[in-house]
Design a protein around this ligand. Sequence first.
Ligand code: HEC
Ligand code: HEC
Length: 291
Amino acid sequence: MRALSIAAGVAALVLAAIAVTVLLPMGDPSLYQPSPGVKPLNELEEMGRQVYIREGCWYCHTQQVRNLSMDVQYYGRVSSPGEYAYDSPVLLGTERTGPDLARIGGVYTDDWHLAHFINPRYVVPASIMPSFSYLSDDELEALIAYVQSLGGEEARRKAEMQRRMKQAMLEAQRLGIEEEMMQARVPASYRGLENPLAGREAVLVGKRLFAFYCRGCHGSAGAGDGPAARYLNPRPANFTSAEFMGSVEDGRLYYSILNGVPGTAMHPFKARLTEQEVWSLVAYLRTLQEE
Ligand code: HEC
Ligand code: HEC
């Protein structure tokens, strides 16, 4: 008799919990209202989503910014139900082996993603993400379109801006005015900056950081010929060129490492490196020129 009433009590509790956490929220219309700027995927993006599901990207990647200060600091505002209005099934994910992808659209260029999918270690030397080089060109194109769509209107706008900047860079290259354009990007307040670090110590720190973050694109010796380089356009800078390095100030190198070069695979490092570390890298880059 006693066992029976305990079982009935447990069942009632479970049902009550389900009612409060599942049934009640299902009546909330905001769950089905798309957030402002959230649109259905186009055909290519939808094909990319299918590849994402099939390849198990969601084993390692979430698409939800949690209500935690570390998430909000790094990825921006907390995800809301309306951002998933068109997702079926939703790909929230559980395991955070890799970074959250809810807002990844437009953070990198299309060519960064291509090199990264072919082999993540080409662009992120210490990555444990598997290579997806066996995907067809069409599947890779679709996957990139999908990843660039993550994050709603803002992400699409950023991805489009990257594409426009890339065209502008290539056009400037064609006209031979690339250097002027690169120089004009850098605020005057940075150009005159001098490296506060110098000497062997800084160079050694910079060398270690370069091997960890930069060599996949810029090459082990800094000649702009890392394994990712053949997928990238514009190509990575060549630090062994005395002509190039002679024409750029420390302040510009510092600015470019912190903020990246929009439209190119050179993305900002300011979230990953301290100012000291960036100056160490600048000191190291100065040692790479050939006589
Ligand atoms: C075994 C786990 C694993 C799988 C499977 C995986 N990734 Fe990753 N991914 C990672 C890790 C770890 C990183 C961080 C290092 C790096 O950037 O490569 C990462 C990074 C990324 C990034 C860059 C994120 C950022 O903020 O810099 C993107 C985009 C990405 N993965 C997309 C994908 C896609 C698309 C797939 C499926 C085709 C996939 N990943 C499959 C583990 C994984
Ligand atoms: C994913 C590829 C990639 C990675 C990783 C990368 N770079 Fe770059 N980098 C580029 C490309 C591409 C350019 C060329 C931009 C241009 O000149 O149009 C570039 C340009 C530069 C420039 C020259 C910018 C200027 O003002 O002319 C500097 C300095 C630089 N990178 C430093 C670094 C350092 C230091 C790291 C590591 C912390 C790094 N890069 C990692 C791709 C990369």
